[in-house]
Ligand binder design. Structure first.
Ligand code: AQP
Length: 343
């Protein structure tokens, strides 16, 4: 008999989340939303607006619900279809927080101490950060595993958190002698757009919380603002190179080529073949035109969805019911596996 733990034999399911903590940017779109749309065609998909994650840092109560609707509008405008995928706010499904508590008792402090995103976000102020920000990756594991999700489309920044989810799932299965109870979820990271960097510093990821608005392209930016931000994007004194190898020490140029490739559906090599030897005076306007052509229809649709908040609320409510119908029985099984009193 093999000593290998029994593999998960349940159906495939996709789960991912986006925080309602500010305006979505090009990195969120290319790293996550665009993949959500592709996956809904042939997978069972659950897409969550992770408001419980958002409140790990201060969110103004006057804005939170509207920010949640904004993310829903961005999902819909990007092409996520509520007939094909579940869209809902995390705080409406209590299974997330219940499972997170059980996982808090499975995960080890040493595992969380290794999470680089907490260190990056907390900086020198870790003592002043919320316990929730530190524990965020455990809630993320609960988000995924409350649905027994097998695949998680995310940007590269989430790779370490996904590894933690796998470790928690494996330890739970092992500790409670429940081989194959939880799947070990696979990140879906590959592909263009997995790591979009700041327009001001090619070594830092594009982020909602970057204090410089010029560092990112927001999905709500007008055509003029997008063009201006790309015109101002940091580059160097060189011209467009011939090969990808030559991009290694040019992170800002590498990033712009990556953005062009992800938006146009070409490879970086194809982009370089078209623009090698040209100056940024040629490449940047071409990139701006492309970005405007791809993003403006999304911005316009978002605004149209936001003009009918009742419809967004209806979609979120129906999504929350559908999500609870999947997650509640799974978390009830977890209680059984752990041996809680049933009455
Ligand atoms: N720069 C990026 N490139 C590619 N993918 C990215 N994602 C985020 N930034 C990039 C992916 O977008 C999804 C949703 O992210 P999130 O809003 O839940 O949280 P985040 O990763 O913390 O995004 P931000 O913009 O960096 O927010 P702040 O500044 O608030 O921390 C995830 O799949 C993420 O990988």
């Amino acid at each position: 008999m093999s000593d290998a733990p029994q593999a998960y034999a349940g159906p495939e399911r996709v789960f991912s989340g986006v925080q309602p903590s500010g305006s979505l940017h090009l990195g969120n779109y290319l790293g996550a939303l665009k993949k959500f749309v592709d996956l809904q065609e042939d997978h069972d998909c659950v897409y969550c607006i992770v408001d419980l994650h958002a409140v790990t840092v201060w969110q103004d109560p006057a804005d939170l619900a509207q920010q949640t609707r904004h993310i829903a509008a961005a999902f819909l405008a990007s092409g996520v279809d509520p007939e094909k995928a579940i869209i809902y706010p995390q705080s409406r499904v209590a299974a997330h927080t219940e499972l997170a508590w059980y996982f808090n008792c499975v995960a080890r402090i040493g595992w969380l101490n290794r999470m680089t995103q907490f260190k990056d976000k907390a900086g020198k102020n870790s003592e002043k950060m919320s316990v929730g920000l530190y524990d965020y990756p455990v809630l993320q594991a609960a988000d995924i595993l409350a649905f027994k999700a097998t695949h998680v489309p995310v940007g590269e920044d989430q790779k370490q958190h996904l590894e933690l989810s796998r470790d928690i799932a494996a330890k739970f299965n092992n500790d409670f002698k429940a081989p194959g109870f939880f799947p070990l979820p696979e990140p879906l990271i590959k592909g263009p757009g997995a790591r979009i960097m700041s327009l001001r510093d090619g070594t830092k990821k594009m982020s909602k919380s970057d204090p410089s608005d010029n560092s990112r392209i927001n999905l709500t930016d007008s055509a003029d603002v997008i063009a201006k931000k790309i015109r101002k994007a940091k580059t160097d004194a060189g011209v467009m190179p011939e090969s990808k190898d030559e991009l290694k020490d040019r992170p800002e140029v590498d990033n712009l080529v990556g953005i062009y490739a992800a938006l146009s559906g070409q490879s970086a090599e194809e982009v370089l073949a078209e623009y090698s030897g040209q100056g940024f005076g040629v490449f940047k306007p071409a990139l701006a035109d492309l970005a405007v052509a791809k993003l403006q229809p999304i911005t316009e649709l978002m605004n149209r969805y936001l003009s009918d908040l009742d419809e967004i609320d209806r979609i979120l409510s129906a999504g929350a019911d559908a999500a609870a119908n999947i997650a509640n029985p799974i978390v009830a099984d977890v209680r059984d596996v752990m041996g809680f009193w049933k009455g």
